[in-house]
Design a protein around this ligand. Structure first.
Ligand code: NAD
Ligand code: 2HG
Length: 387
């Protein structure tokens, strides 16, 4: 029986992929795997039993990914599974902040009690809520991954002139990008040209605080900034100064903080980007299926700390799974250890990612604890198990 702990509400449709061989609960002790959304795991003590964490979502900055790698815990995410949901809210966000929709709604509601005068008051007062159309305006998309590409294409379809910036653009993303998108060669080009700027990069030490006073100073007067990626990408004090001076006309954020809530021009959303039934299901299904394939077959598909390694099971074989440091001669140590005991390797796969690597070997013969001990007898082996 596999033991799964959930740290957030995970869509039941996703959990339904875990059959009678799985016990799932939010209080599960000694779990084999954890399914999580946005709950922070940085302060959590990882149980020795834990082999995998699956983030039902894209961003993994709530998980101590490097620490997990050191402990041989595979961290998965679900790339693209919620991208359409975020794209739709970004488009809504541009309209909300352009057309003064939120202020207009609040004002309209304040007319309650004025009886048959409401119609007249609406017509008289509406001129305070005039705001520009987005068609014909320039949008800068920073980060052209699953979300950025969709946002760029959708905005181009709404007749915006779209500039995209991503120095690490993947081949898949490039294939998906409309030919109408202008390739921005630098952030400065985005800042200089664009009326609206939307950020779709992961929060890492490199990207943290990237929207700061210097960046804002090089943006257009009255720029509207949208942040559906992570709060930490924006230096809040600098942003607030930009809003107060009028340099920044609006900041639409999915990551409100106390400091932002009463600042004029801020449209705070309670992290709703991925909150659609469709994306919650997509993410939960993808997370659950990846965990299942890993626990049952050792396959790693979308991991942020280990390489993709997947191999069909060879009939009649035991599978040995080995997480190890990415150093010279480790594979020869593994294959020599296995063959010195008279086991035959029918099939194997091995790949590396930065400091770590992962190997799966399908072997015939009796894989005893002694065999595993012989392979495990080196510091560079992080975790070894059989399936
Ligand atoms: N608001 C929400 O509910 C919600 C939902 C999903 C994702 N997100 C956030 O959005 C981020 C992006 O999601 P995604 O699914 O598009 O991820 P993704 O991995 O598909 O795309 C990220 C893109 O950013 C690019 N990138 C990285 N560093 C960059 C830099 N310095 N400058 C420019 N581009 C850079 C990468 O090359 C990649 O193409 C996630 O990391 C997550 O933090 C938020
Ligand atoms: O789980 C959520 O609701 C948000 C997920 C989102 O922030 C992500 O990074 O995928």
């Amino acid at each position: 029986m596999y033991r799964i702990q959930t740290l957030n509400k995970i869509s039941p449709k996703g959990l339904a992929n875990l059959d009678e061989n799985y016990e799932v609960s939010d209080t599960m002790e000694n779990p084999d795997a954890i399914l999580v959304r946005s709950a922070s795991m940085h302060e959590m003590e990882m149980p020795a039993s834990l082999k995998a964490i699956a983030r039902a979502g894209a961003g993994t900055n709530n998980i101590p990914v490097d620490q997990c790698a050191e402990a041989g815990i595979v961290v998965f995410n679900t790339p693209g599974a919620n991208a359409n949901a975020v794209k739709e809210l970004v488009i809504a966000g541009m309209l909300l902040c352009s057309r003064k929709v939120v202020d207009g709604i609040e004002w309209a509601k304040s007319l309650k009690g004025n009886g048959d005068q409401v119609g007249k008051m609406v017509e008289k007062g509406k001129s305070s809520f005039v705001g520009p159309e987005i068609a014909g305006k320039k949008l800068g998309v920073i980060g052209l991954g699953a979300i950025g590409v969709r946002v760029a294409n959708a905005a181009a379809a709404l007749d915006m002139e779209v500039f995209g910036y991503d120095p690490y653009l993947s081949v898949d993303a490039a294939w998906g990008l409309s030919s109408r998108i202008t390739h921005a060669k630098s952030l400065e080009e985005i800042y200089r040209e664009c009326d609206y700027i939307t950020i779709h990069v992961p929060q890492t030490p490199d990207t943290k605080g990237m929207i700061n006073a210097e960046a804002i100073a090089s943006m257009k007067e009255g720029v509207r900034i949208l942040n559906f990626a992570r709060g930490g990408l924006v230096n809040e004090a600098d942003l607030i100064a930009g809003l107060e001076s009028g340099k920044v006309a609006a900041y639409v954020t999915d990551f409100p903080s106390d400091a932002l809530l009463d600042v004029k021009g801020v449209i705070p959303l309670p992290h709703l980007g991925a909150s659609t039934p469709e994306s919650e299901e997509n993410c939960a299904c993808m997370a659950a299926l990846q965990v299942k394939d890993f626990l049952e077959n050792g396959n790693i598909i979308n991991s942020v700390n280990f390489p993709r390694v997947e191999m069909a099971r060879s009939a009649g074989c035991t599978r040995i799974c080995i997480i190890h440091r990415n150093l010279p001669n480790v594979l020869s140590h593994i294959t020599e250890s296995v063959s010195s005991i008279g086991l035959n390797i029918e099939n194997m796969q091995s790949h590396s990612k930065k400091d770590y690597a992962y190997a799966i070997l399908d072997v015939t013969g009796d894989v005893t604890a002694d065999v595993l001990k012989k392979i495990d007898d080196k510091d560079f082996i992080v975790r070894i198990w059989t399936l």
